[in-house]
Design a protein around this ligand. Sequence first.
Ligand SMILES: C[S@@+](CC[C@H](N)C(=O)[O-])C[C@H]1O[C@@H](n2cnc3c(N)ncnc32)[C@H](O)[C@@H]1O
Length: 247
Amino acid sequence: MDTPVILKTFHKGKIKEYFVMREGELHTDLGIIKLDGLKTKTFGDTISSHLGVEFIIQKPRAPDFFIHAKRSGAPMMPKDIGVIISNTGLCSPDYVLDAGTGSGILAIYLGGIAKKVVSYEIREEFLELARKNITQAGLSNIELRLGDIAEEIQKTDEKFDVVTLDTSAASQVVPFVPQILYPGGFLAVYSPFFEHTKEIREAIEKTNYTEVRTIETIERDISFSERGTRPSTARVGHTGFITIARY
Ligand SMILES: C[S@@+](CC[C@H](N)C(=O)[O-])C[C@H]1O[C@@H](n2cnc3c(N)ncnc32)[C@H](O)[C@@H]1O
């Protein structure tokens, strides 16, 4: 499969960007771009619209997939993904188990770092959409599996360094995670509500984990304008809680 590119231009002080394949035409308010022309270009080159507006060609990275990839539901936000990566020390020799795959955005970030990611999704149509996103991201170290993680985790004899759970089934899965974690490995669970988080903490308490913490990350953009510099008045509110436990 062909991989997408980012086309970016700066217009009236704002960035305009498009996530496109190398075929067909893109109609923008700054003119039409013949996308076949991208086939002879490389990243860092520019391509012009029929109105002469130049667009820079960039290679998409994980944050671009968060913004532009097709979604089956809400993907995890980069700020929360960062907390998982920093608190588990996820690194290049790691084997990671992830569930549910959803749109595959967390899996794309994890796959860009780890040796291998196995990701389970219960809904076939979601798995196929994630497969497309992951293929477009050019990652071949992510194995997608169709199945209910609450059942599949009990059947596997594989071992992992990090397990990430972003599914309503997480509290049912937690008791089985130590069986598949290497000693010293980490579990990271994302949960949107206090109630769900409390269930996860209770499941962790009943199992043999050592260090446990639950955190929420608040992110504030800083806006710069003629009038002054201050935290942006438009901001992301609550997303979810991250619970990290070590085995
Ligand atoms: C919030 S989404 C995950 C988003 C994903 N982390 C991302 O960044 O794109 C939760 C996913 O879990 C899946 N799911 C729910 N229960 C599951 C189960 N028991 N086993 C596997 N996947 C499950 C849902 O179908 C949904 O796609």
